[in-house]
Every structure is written in C-alpha cells, then in structure tokens.
Design a protein around this ligand. Structure first.
Ligand code: UDP
Ligand code: MG
Length: 346
C-alpha cells in the first residue's frame, strides 16, 4: 500500500508556480466512483477547468469504491498526469485518490473523502457529470460570501425519472417526516452540496456505521441554503441504484431516524388485544349466556390464529431489524478499508 505522498510535484508541467497572494478559501471536491472508468477523467478536467481559472485552491478527492471495471486504472492515470490545463497563475491544485479494498457503498466513499479532505470548504459531487461543476462553483461562491450560511444544497428543480419512482420518492419523504423522531428532511434535496469544514467535522463526529447522509445533514443542523438545479444525463454507464437498493436505502433512512415502526407495532398489538377481548366478552355474554347459542365457526378461529401469527412474525421481524442494527453498530467495524491512498499537488 502506498503511503500518502503529500510532497510530490509535477515534473515539468510548464505552468507557473501557484500564486502566493491572498487566495480565497479552498475547496475539496469529493467524488465517489463506482464503475466510472470513462467518466472520472472528463469530470476532473471539468472541475479543473471550472475552479482553477478562478484561482480557487482546489483539491479533488477521488474515491474508487471497489469498482469492477477499470476505474482504479483511470484514477492511477489521473494521479500520474504531469500536467493539467492550468492557467499561468493558478492556485494550488491537489489530486487525492483513495482505492477501497472492495465495494463499501457511496456513503462510505463520501465519509472516506471527508476524512482525507483538507479544504476550508467541501463539496460532494457525483462522478458521472450529472452534476455540473459550474453549479458547484456558484454554490461555493454563495457559501463563501454569506457568513450565516453553512451548507448550500442543490435540489432537483424537475425530476427526470419515471412518474412511479418520483411518486414513491415523494411518499418516502412524506412518510419519513411524519414518523421521524427528531428531524425534518426537505424533499428533493440531493447529496450535491457545498459545506464548511465545521459541518464536515460535525458529520465525521457521528460514529454510526449505517449512514444516511441526507438525514445526517439534517441531524447536525446548521443553516442550509437550497438552490435549484437541473440534473444532466449520466455521461457514460448506468446508475447503480436498482429498485431493490432504493427500497433498502429508504428503509435504512427510516429506521435510522425513527422508532416509529416499533411504536406502531405496539399500537396495533394493543388495539388487536383490546378488540379481541371485547369480541370474546360479546360472544360469551350475548351469544352464549343470554341467547344460549352454541358457538360455531372454527374457520373464524383458524383465520384469527393465522392473522395474529402473521402479525406476531411481522412484529418480531421489525424488532429484529432494530436489534440487527444495534448489533452491526456494536461491532464498530471501520466504514471502509483503503488499499491505496495517493496525494499529489500541482
Ligand atoms: N457510487 C459509489 N458506490 C456505489 C454506488 C454508487 O461510489 O456503490 C457513486 C457513483 O459512482 C456516482 C454516485 O455514487 O458517482 C451516484 O451513483 P449513481 O450515478 O449510480 O446514482 P444516481 O445518480 O442514479 O442516483
Ligand atoms: Mg448518477
């Protein structure tokens, strides 16, 4: 495993050394990459082309999340480049690459990126160019020019996905906000954000293993300014989110921020117990004692037994999910393992 190299400089970039005059706050752009071999190069060029002419000190943190394609080779190629298309007087540019030992998921990649980032401000941006670096620049400008603002978050002005998926996502946010114990999650807000070092430190201080970043941003608080943006088409490849993984992510979100599923089970359990006792009393008192009717109906009994058996299993399942969550947390495993980290400054 390579040690991080913080001193390497390009051999012969042919560009002037970074200007030493007062520079604006630096930005670290954190890019989670899963099977993005053909996207990372163009993304890095787009970021460099956007931030460097503005003389903003810029660090690009590329996290290869155990891709099965050649993303790792693409990152190595970027890290080995001797020059970028930089203007003559440019602010420092750093490229950091982190290569995970396997696929740990986007949330872990974002966390690793934050840990490695050294910028005064940080930005989460996807590798597939669906989020334009020029929008990141305008978000950065807003953040640094508004003292009261800690986070600038982009939300999709219009959703480009199918109607069913958009409806399901809308329902998810409504359900999440109705049931969450402590936070309100604005709908449509993406992970595409620029935020201060203080916010990053707050996020890094949360030790949980199963992370739902949108919820964690809401949980740590701070002043958030929302800006609309239009998401581009993915440049190459396809989204790694299947319907199943979206449902799983939604379930993680709800169970990470709410104990409502446990409460509703308690409520259903109590309601069913009260109703069945009332029904039993009714049958015994009216049918049996007053009207003297023999009590027929074993099918009803079978149905009720099956219904309650099912309800009990469901309840045990949900309780088990919470138990499993605390089991996973109690193991305190790291969020990721990196097999290689490199850093290069231009
Ligand atoms: N990603 C990742 N690990 C994963 C899945 C995705 O780092 O296990 C990255 C992916 O490379 C991209 C970002 O997360 O930069 C968003 O993923 P994707 O484009 O597949 O999601 P969508 O834009 O469809 O929501
Ligand atoms: Mg995408």
């Amino acid at each position: 495993m390579n040690e991080p190299d913080s001193t390497a400089t390009p051999a012969s970039s042919g560009v002037a050394a970074p200007a030493s005059s007062a520079l604006p706050p630096s930005i670290s752009l954190i890019v989670p990459c899963y099977n993005e071999e053909r996207n990372v190069g163009p993304l890095v060029d787009a970021i460099v082309g956007t931030f460097c002419p503005e003389r903003i000190p810029c660090e690009i943190v590329l996290v290869n999340d155990g891709s099965s394609d050649n993303t790792s080779g693409a990152l190595a190629e970027i890290a080995a480049r001797d020059m970028f298309d930089l203007p003559r007087r440019h602010a420092p540019l750093s490229i950091v690459t982190i290569d995970f030992s396997r696929n740990f998921g986007k949330e872990s990649a974002l966390f690793a990126g934050m840990e490695a980032a050294t910028g005064d401000t940080l930005c989460f941006i996807d590798a597939d160019l669906q989020q334009d670096p020029r929008i990141a620049l305008s978000m950065y400008r807003y953040l640094v020019s508004h003292d009261e603002c800690d986070v600038v978050a982009a939300y999709q002005a219009e959703r480009k996905e199918g109607k069913v998926l958009a409806w399901l996502k809308e329902r998810f946010y409504a359900f999440f906000n109705a049931t969450s114990d402590e936070i309100e999650l604005p709908s449509d807000m993406s992970d595409f954000r620029v935020f201060t070092r203080q916010v990053a430190n707050a996020l890094l201080s949360l030790p949980e293993r199963q992370r739902f970043t949108k919820g964690l941003f809401a949980w740590v608080g701070f002043n958030t300014h929302a800006v609309p943006y239009t998401v581009n088409e993915r440049r190459e490849g396809k989204s790694s989110w299947s319907t199943k993984s979206l449902f799983k992510y939604a379930y993680t979100g709800i169970t990470s921020f709410s104990t409502w599923p446990l409460k509703i089970l308690k409520f259903i359990g109590s309601l069913v117990a009260v109703l069945s006792t009332l029904y039993l009393l009714y049958v015994l008192i009216f049918d049996y004692l007053i009207f003297g009717i023999g009590i027929p109906g074993y099918p009803t009994l079978v149905c009720l037994i099956l219904l309650f058996g099912g309800l009990q299993l469901l309840a045990i399942g949900v309780v088990g999910d919470y138990l499993a969550k605390s089991y996973v947390e109690s193991k305190q495993r790291p969020l990721y393992i990196a097999r290689d980290i490199t850093r290069r400054t231009y």
